[in-house]
Design a protein around this ligand. Structure first.
Ligand SMILES: CC(C)(COP(=O)(O)OP(=O)(O)OC[C@H]1O[C@@H](n2cnc3c(N)ncnc32)[C@H](O)[C@@H]1OP(=O)(O)O)[C@@H](O)C(=O)NCCC(=O)NCCS
Length: 269
């Protein structure tokens, strides 16, 4: 790392101030995530003249081959539009590439606030512009994900060349693990969007009745929607979910490994 240095526990207050210069709700959520066990692992700060003015980092989901998610990425409002965000993210991507990183994903909300003239201004417009100009492309848009009228766009970028043995690409076989749900939870950073936890070594595969029971539980909790995702090569899952009233919402390419995508489904209540 050149301009970035690893974040320390003592940096948390200063980093939260950086985020708070844009959004106090995000600042509060970020504090909780940084203070959690392992919360500052793989997080980096940008310091200028002894002051922390930027933060970025990544998270690594389990069960995937060299897949990463960009985490809290902010430049203090007083220092924006000087090229610092671009430099920070470029340095982070170089670091991941050096470590063998394969794909990097980012979630962006389309949340908009009204300015003094009453015009709607998307507060993440600069971030979206920046990510696209760095080479990220839109892979999925999940409507009403964060809240009614607030969608989540997931952008992805390949940071290493495809790792297939030959030019025809990796060989993908269908799998039939017995998948069963084991929890129902409200998705963090959302208002009333839910998901089901699941595991793939169950005694029997979930059926339409199981899905409907889960949806009913979410209804009872005043949930708005259920978002689920699975490896695309798990057979039978899509049919069961579609029969139970879910819709196919899109796919993250090469999410788990080259050739194994992540299929997303949504049920709107
Ligand atoms: C996203 C962020 C980190 C970028 O940091 P930065 O130091 O301002 O970034 P840079 O100066 O390198 O680049 C900003 C780019 O956005 C462009 N930009 C600025 N305001 C914009 C707007 N309202 N709409 C579209 N593009 C905009 C700038 O012109 C520049 O693009 P260019 O390099 O092609 O000219 C910073 O804006 C930020 O902290 N935003 C709030 C938090 C956020 O959105 N985080 C991401 C959450 S997913």
């Amino acid at each position: 790392m050149k301009m970035l240095r690893p974040m320390q526990a003592a940096d948390i207050d200063a980093v939260v101030d950086v985020i708070d210069s844009h959004d106090d709700d995000d600042a509060a959520e970020a504090r909780v995530s940084f203070e959690a066990n392992g919360g500052i692992e793989d997080q980096y700060v940008l310091e200028q003249a002894g002051r922390i003015i930027g933060v970025t980092g990544y998270a690594t989901p389990p069960g995937c081959d060299q897949t990463h998610w960009l985490s809290w990425t902010y430049v203090h409002d007083d220092f924006c539009d000087q090229g610092l965000g671009r430099q920070m993210i470029t340095e982070l991507i170089d670091h991941l590439r050096d470590q063998g990183g394969r794909k990097l994903f980012i979630k962006v909300s389309d949340y908009a606030e009204k300015d003094d003239a009453g015009n709607k201004v998307c507060i993440y417009a600069a971030a979206l512009h920046l990510y696209k100009s760095l080479g990220f492309t839109e892979e999925i848009v999940l409507n009403d994900y964060y809240d009614d009228g607030e969608s989540m766009t997931i952008l992805g970028m390949r940071i290493a060349t495809a790792n297939s043995a030959d030019a025809s690409g990796p060989v993908i076989t269908a799998e039939k693990p017995k998948v069963q749900f084991n929890s129902i939870f409200e998705i963090s950073e959302t208002d009333d969007s839910y998901s089901f936890g699941w595991h793939a070594d169950a005694k029997r595969q979930f059926d339409v009745a199981d899905v409907k029971l889960g949806v009913e539980d979410v209804q009872n909790r005043d949930g708005r929607a259920v978002f689920l995702s699975f490896p695309h090569n798990y057979e039978q899952i899509a049919d069961t979910l579609l029969t139970a009233g879910f819709s196919f919402a899109g796919m993250l390419e090469d999410y788990f490994e080259d050739g194994i995508h992540e299929k997303h489904f949504v049920y709107t209540i």
